[in-house]
Design a protein around this ligand. Structure first.
Ligand code: PEP
Ligand code: MN
Length: 349
């Protein structure tokens, strides 16, 4: 942390800063310029925050140098992490060496629809299935998901197909039941800053897929991941799913640069959701290609056996030729950027 003093700050004001920093166990290095004095602080940043240094007489500015997040930062953990999803001998990695394709229906509507969608996903190369049982809908009148019945369908489809399952949890009170039925817990864009939920999933004993808040900066997103990590769970995968901008042509704007920015800043894996970013199926394949090329650790995509009848997000769901085109991209392109497809138990242990 660096304290910039106002031009003309007095010796007494400078000494006051040094004295208070030393009183909380820190060290202060004073550098006097012709116009301004700068004080570099070394020590525990949280105790410096507690000092309210900005309120001190003569202080012009207080600047952080290190990341505000610790556990998820690459500063103290230079190796990029791999997160394993699934139980026993059915575990799929998400990390820097592999490329993991996750697909399934936006929402679980019935056992048959879910099984069909996941079979399509698996045939296209997916090694983890998705599907929402608790749906965070903008309208209270829209389909809210099948709840626990949906979780049971997901668990049985996972059993039948052999794919581990990721599903969203929208309420801290449901974390235990969701963790009982699913291999990975998803926190959606609308709940990225629901700190009670983040703490609850941090204690659930399951890996977490943390989507970026639709208006969150990358730093806010990583601070949300820090909440989960701080509860003892470092198995967090980040998911860029588009942010709100002034552009109405797409539902959200896929922030493709978030992928390398996050990879440079955090050791956590990051995947891309082109379906919720675009909101339209014609863009899912091109955005997927972009995500693979930019170095994403995986993709999560909506598929549906009959998008016309989908109860949620039909316009973005892939099936038929679109899904075949995606399958081809997922089979071919990761190799071009030095990755292998993530199948069960690749290289664990
Ligand atoms: C979803 O993945 O089903 C979902 C609701 O996504 P998001 O939170 O990104 O809108
Ligand atoms: Mn959806």
């Amino acid at each position: 942390m660096v304290i910039v003093m106002k031009p003309g700050a007095t010796d007494q004001e400078i000494a006051h800063v040094v004295e208070r920093v030393e009183a909380v166990g820190g060290e202060a290095f004073v550098s006097r310029g012709v116009v301004r004095t700068i004080i570099g602080l070394v020590g525990d940043i949280e105790s410096f925050h507690g000092l309210n240094l900005r309120t001190f007489p003569g202080v012009a500015d207080v600047r952080r140098i290190s990341d505000p997040f610790k556990l998820v930062s690459r500063q103290h953990h230079p190796e990029r992490s791999t997160v394993w999803v699934g139980q026993g001998d059915r575990q799929v990695p998400i990390g820097p060496d592999t490329f993991t394709f996750i697909a399934g229906p936006c929402a679980v509507e019935s056992a048959q629809q879910t099984l069909k969608a996941v079979e399509m996903a698996r045939a296209a190369g997916a090694t983890i299935m998705r599907g929402g049982a608790f749906k965070p809908r903008t309208s209270p009148y829209a389909f809210q998901g099948l709840g626990v019945e949906g979780l049971e369908i997901l668990a049985s489809v996972s059993e039948a197909t052999g794919l581990p399952v990721v599903t969203e949890v929208v309420d801290a009170r449901d974390v235990a039941v969701v963790a009982e039925h699913a291999d990975m817990l998803q926190v959606g864009t609308r709940n990225m800053a629901n700190f009670g939920l983040l703490q609850a999933v941090g204690q659930a004993g399951r890996p977490v897929l943390l989507k970026r808040g639709m208006t969150a900066t990358i730093e806010e997103w990583l601070m949300a991941a820090e909440y989960i990590a701080q509860r003892g769970n470092l198995d967090v995968v980040l998911c860029e799913r588009g942010i709100r901008t002034f552009e109405p042509a797409t539902r959200n704007t896929l922030d493709i640069s978030a992928v390398p920015v996050v990879q440079a800043t955090s050791h956590l894996p990051i995947i891309v959701d082109p379906s919720h970013a675009a909101g339209r199926k014609d863009l899912v394949v091109p955005l997927s290609r972009a995500a693979i090329a930019v170095g994403a650790d995986g993709l999560i995509v909506d598929v549906h056996p009959d998008p016309e009848t989908a109860l949620c997000d039909g316009p973005q769901a892939l099936h038929g030729n679109d899904l075949r085109e995606l399958a081809q991209a997922v089979r071919r392109l990761p190799k071009a950027v030095g990755r292998v497809a993530a199948v069960e138990r690749v290289g664990r242990g």
